[in-house]
Design a protein around this ligand. Structure first.
Ligand SMILES: *Cc1c(COP(=O)(O)O)cnc(C)c1O
Length: 400
């Protein structure tokens, strides 16, 4: 192995800056990242499996770059309006953002968010690498106060809508406050996808994705991405990827790009199904509280309307009767698949507190739905039958 796998000059290749494309997002999802038109050249980016390249080019070794990643990065960059760097998983993308920070830096982070991000922050904090100030991100004034405390904030981490409580942060206000405090502002945009929300346009420096979820959409791979405003952060992130080796597999990148081509159709259909099911769930006596920003009564609805183009395909609800009743609902489904993860074409559900890493603020009886693209009547019928198995617990445990 050569002593340094990044290019002869010792630096990984610079991610190419994304051109401002004339197409709308639904079109970009289909066309961005395609190779140029060459007679008899492939229409779509081919899968390039290689660890090594003929010498003389800027990449040299596949830990520094791969043409299939580049195609996916081109597409994700155009969709988010920035420069994308892909990683081996969503968590690897989160970790790369934290790697941008100096030792001992302060992060302002949500008290409830994706459990893997919270666990990573807690472990970095326990190891003395980072300081973490946790805030309720729906409380804009509380976030502003946390940003103003000493020592100064290096990173404001936001997730909106959040996993699994579907909380909506005021992204334009918080991005402005973070930037004014001199912090880097990152938004985990996994739940919305760039079709429904574009954090860089709303003022963030970085949009982070678990590409594992809706962007790839078929529950068959792990991948992550960070899209940066401007090439300087993207260059630093690409260097971190090369140094830590958190590289995507080319096959995963190819599958993700293939999945991305149908993103607009899937987001539309799954979002319509989710809206339908959320309103229906709100009428059910077995259900105590439905969380979905698309519901007019949801506390995040007004904000979501101003910063999102739709409300997404994730719905959470609390089952009357707590954990035992919720477990019974999950187990009672025949069409809905009891499984973790989200954003696939198939509808899945789980009780989130079955995971020990889940935030204590998440109710024990909370079931998170990842709504897929099946016929919504079948989804409703199946869930109705499963809910009908819950009231036995409700009658013995009044919890409303
Ligand atoms: C799943 C998820 C992640 C982590 O992504 P992986 O691809 O599983 O590593 C990060 N953020 C959110 C909001 C997620 O749902």
């Amino acid at each position: 192995m050569p002593p340094d796998h990044a290019a002869p000059g010792g630096q990984p290749p610079v991610p190419s800056a994304t051109q401002a494309a004339p197409w709308r997002p639904g079109t970009l999802a289909v066309v961005a990242g395609r190779p140029g038109r060459e007679p008899d050249g492939p229409l779509n980016a081919p899968l390039v499996l290689a660890s090594s390249y003929h010498q003389g080019g800027p990449t040299g070794y596949a830990r520094s770059g791969n043409p299939t990643w580049t195609a996916l990065e081109d597409a994700l960059g155009q969709l988010e309006g920035g420069t994308a760097v892909t990683f081996a998983s969503g968590v690897a993308a989160v970790a790369a953002v934290l790697d941008l920070l100096p030792l001992g830096a302060t992060v302002v982070a949500p008290d409830v968010a994706y459990s893997g991000t919270l666990a990573l922050l807690a472990e970095q904090e326990a190891a003395g690498r980072l300081r973490v100030r946790r805030v309720a991100i729906t409380d804009t004034d509380a976030v502003r106060r946390a940003l103003g405390e000493r020592p100064a904030t290096a990173l404001l981490w936001l997730e909106s809508p959040s996993n699994p409580l579907l909380e909506v942060a005021d992204l334009p206000a918080l991005a402005a406050a973070g930037a004014a405090a001199g912090a880097l502002v990152a938004v985990d945009n996994t739940f919305a996808t760039p079709l429904l929300q574009r954090p860089l346009e709303l003022g963030a420096h970085l949009a982070v994705h678990s590409v594992t979820k809706a962007l790839s959409g078929h529950s068959d791979l792990l991948l992550g991405a960070v899209v940066s405003r401007g090439p300087e952060l993207a260059e630093r992130l690409a260097r971190i990827r090369t140094r830590t080796g958190a590289v995507p597999g080319p096959a995963e990148a190819w599958l993700a790009l293939r999945g991305l081509r149908t993103l607009a159709l899937r987001v539309d259909r799954a979002g319509a199904n989710a809206a339908d099911l959320a309103s229906w769930l709100a009428t059910r006596r077995e259900v105590a509280h439905v969380r979905y920003p698309g519901l007019p009564a949801d506390p995040g609805h007004a904000r979501a309307r101003t910063q999102m183009r739709g409300f997404g395909s994730i719905v959470a609800f609390e089952v009357v009767g707590g954990a035992p009743a919720a477990d019974r609902v999950v187990a009672g489904c025949r069409l809905w698949v009891p499984a973790t993860s989200l954003g696939g074409v198939e509808s899945t559900l789980e009780r989130r507190r079955r995971w020990s890493a889940e935030a204590r603020a998440v109710p024990e009886g909370l079931v998170r739905l990842s709504v897929g693209i099946e016929d919504v009547d079948d989804l409703r019928t199946d869930l109705a039958a499963a809910l009908a198995s819950a009231p036995r617990a409700a009658s013995t445990q009044p919890s409303r």
